[in-house]
Design a protein around this ligand. Structure first.
Ligand SMILES: C[C@](O)(CO)[C@H](O)COP(=O)(O)OP(=O)(O)OC[C@H]1O[C@@H](n2ccc(N)nc2=O)[C@H](O)[C@@H]1O
Ligand SMILES: Nc1ncnc2c1ncn2[C@@H]1O[C@H](COP(=O)(O)OP(=O)(O)OP(=O)(O)O)[C@@H](O)[C@H]1O
Length: 268
């Protein structure tokens, strides 16, 4: 069976408090985007994991696909499988690629072996694997809170807009990003701000990771400004970085020097 785990962007990200468990409470709109890895899992005589596309740091046993398989195997005694991942979503990019791979592995195994797990059960397994993972079970625009693993419905649509993603060949670890932020209660509710027309977001919707990461890596702030100069209605860093995205009214011709980065553009 073949699935295509997709990336996400964060529209707004407020980090509101440090939790007793060391994690942070946040509020953010998670929005799926059609930039995909390829994940194939088939029954086999012994379990193996192979990787194509981009290299992923870390031992195979720490790969989130393998961890998701092992977790379900614990509870359901799954037979051996051959897992192949073709990695296309940049890593350390704030696009949730690893989390998507984990969640899609759970979803795929649930179908392949007819485990009969409900959405809620799959989300609970996903929460064990990472804060972003549970979002990719339902995989639709959601207002996320607490660790980013609790959800509320929100009416946000980018349909018809052109989305540009720029990955500046710079991997930022999530832990590094959280270490640089000072949690605070926001002056305005992100949820309310997101309900206003997209044209108003530029002045109102922020990603709290930008302040410290833009000082540390000035290229990030420059790219965001360039997207605005090119006519973006809204531009931001996604998640804990380093991807900078722009939302445009129509497709945009990007300057030649962007060729040195990984650039993706699609009308949604
Ligand atoms: C930045 C976001 O992508 C926003 O969508 C997420 O908060 C990150 O989620 P993730 O990559 O799934 O993160 P995890 O694998 O759960 O945690 C990695 C590390 O990030 C920090 N972390 C993560 C999530 C959270 N709500 N608070 C945290 O402080 C912790 O130091 C943790 O050890
Ligand atoms: N299948 C996988 N794909 C990508 N990264 C993986 C995977 N399995 C484990 N990892 C580990 O997860 C970390 C990066 O994950 P990911 O790419 O999701 O982070 P990110 O781009 O910062 O996204 P986010 O913070 O929004 O979840 C790396 O340390 C990597 O070694």
């Amino acid at each position: 069976m073949v699935f295509f785990p997709n990336a996400k962007i964060n529209i707004g990200l407020q980090i509101t408090a440090k939790r007793p468990d060391g994690f942070h409470n946040l509020e953010s709109c998670f929005y799926p985007v059609p930039l995909n890895d390829l994940l194939e899992i088939i029954p086999a005589s012994y379990t193996s994991f192979t990787l194509g596309g981009m290299a992923i740091p870390g031992d195979i046993s720490t790969n989130l696909c393998v961890r998701a398989y092992e977790r379900l195997k614990q509870d359901f005694g799954l037979p051996p499988v051959r897992i192949h991942l073709h990695k296309l979503i940049p890593i350390g990019a704030g696009l949730g690629g690893g989390s998507a791979d984990a969640a899609f592995t759970l979803r795929l195994l649930n179908e392949q072996f007819m485990l009969g797990l409900s959405v809620e059960q799959l989300e609970n397994y996903a929460r064990e694997l990472g804060s972003d993972c549970a979002f990719f079970i339902q995989n639709r625009p959601m207002y996320c809170f607490e660790k980013g693993d609790q959800f509320a419905e929100i009416e946000v649509s980018l349909n018809g807009y052109t989305l540009v993603l720029i990955y500046p060949n710079l991997a930022i670890s999530t832990a590094e990003a959280y270490a640089g932020v000072r949690p605070h209660q926001p002056a305005a509710s992100l949820r309310a701000l997101l309900q206003a027309p997209l044209e108003t977001w530029k002045g109102t919707i922020l990603n709290d990771f930008e302040k410290s990461l833009f000082s540390k890596y000035p290229i990030l702030g420059s790219l965001k400004q360039e997207l605005y100069d090119l006519g973006a209605l809204y531009a931001s860093m996604s998640g804990s970085g380093s991807t900078i995205y722009g939302i445009f009214a129509q497709p945009v011709e990007l300057p030649a020097h962007f060729d040195t980065y990984q650039v993706w553009q699609k009308t949604l």
